[in-house]
Design a protein around this ligand. Sequence first.
Ligand code: UDP
Length: 414
Amino acid sequence: MWPIIYIVLLTIFTDGLCEEQFCSASNDDAKLCEGSKNVDVDHQRSSLYRKETNERYKKYLVAIENAEQAYKECNNTRQKNECFKDVIARDLKPFKEKGISEELMEATRTRGTFYQVIKGKLYREKDCMFPTRCAGIEHFLLKIIGNLSDMDLIINTRDYPQSSEYFGNAMPVFSFSKTPQYYDIMYPAWAFWEGGPAISLYPRGLGRWDQHRKSLNKASLKVLWEQKESKGFFRGSRTSSERDSLILLSRNKPHLVDAQYTKNQAWKSNEDTLHAAPASEVSLESHCTYKYLFNYRGVAASFRHKHLFLCRSLVFHVGDEWMEFYYYAMKPWIHYIPVPKNADLKELEDLIGFARNNDDLSKRIAHRGRDFIWNNLGMLDISYFWKQLLTSYSKLLTYKPVLKKDLVNIKKEQ
Ligand code: UDP
């Protein structure tokens, strides 16, 4: 009798040691404690482990619970149009009271490219600073032109927004991305069609969201959640130093994260890739083999954001300042894991640890994020957003636009 009790006690004791030594708070990998022979002890140990990890990650679990309780899915059917109408109302609010006068329009002209919609035709000033960006915008404007009333428009094709709260009154300029400190009116980026960043993988510039939707969906179905590597992943250039912490974590803990800097056109030496040789570029489709995909701002919002979700991987979205029009409809802890922009290595490690230790929750958030982008950000949704935006905007003009001289008529692509 005694030897059996002794063996059981010894098993519990050594398992306890394993808990202490290998499954402590600094180690997320429960598998290191594999090899137990006793089911009860295994169960006891796993519930102990679960209790410990639940305690450790309580603040994230509570955040998810609260977010899920408050969340109501938006209905983006044409009848309801719930998902993006708030952002239109918010961006146009500064012009609601006084409207947009011809003088204000004239004062805003230097901030972007001047367009006119007159009698169902689209006109633009001759020169556009970035021709492919203008083409990416015009693709959508021409789709809806028949539904638009006459209007003047100033569309900024630079990365950076133009009408800061800190410098004067609101200017009616359209920009693809901004922080809440800008008055700019957000429009769907040119890169939904063309004019996105040119990297060696996409020498003609990242674009054709319609094609990426299909190819990413296919890639996401090839590697199911359970088959994905439980690692964080990031590839991109150092357009913002906010990305450094993840790169450094990857260098320290490559089993947790694979994050490396690639070259961009401004690259001169290894200093621009944080003192390491630049990594090869990785296609967006190949990102789908990883469970946790990081999105960072670049100069403004980064175009990678929407693509990552279609991998059916869990998106870690860093920072909450830089927005594109559809970001407002997506909710932290519901569609993605929010990461503070100044998160240090410890906080990043903790968040990845949380995701690894709460796989069902991670999968649930990943799939909700994917479904949001898939269901609400198709090409027709983009055209429809443009239509809603410009219809509301045109009602704010306090004058009747008249066709100006020296503009070129922009026609549909053949
Ligand atoms: N990109 C990519 N694979 C890479 C590097 C970049 O697909 O290996 C894409 C990335 O998703 C982004 C664009 O290229 O949409 C530009 O990335 P970068 O990090 O250079 O600049 P960002 O626009 O994010 O500031």
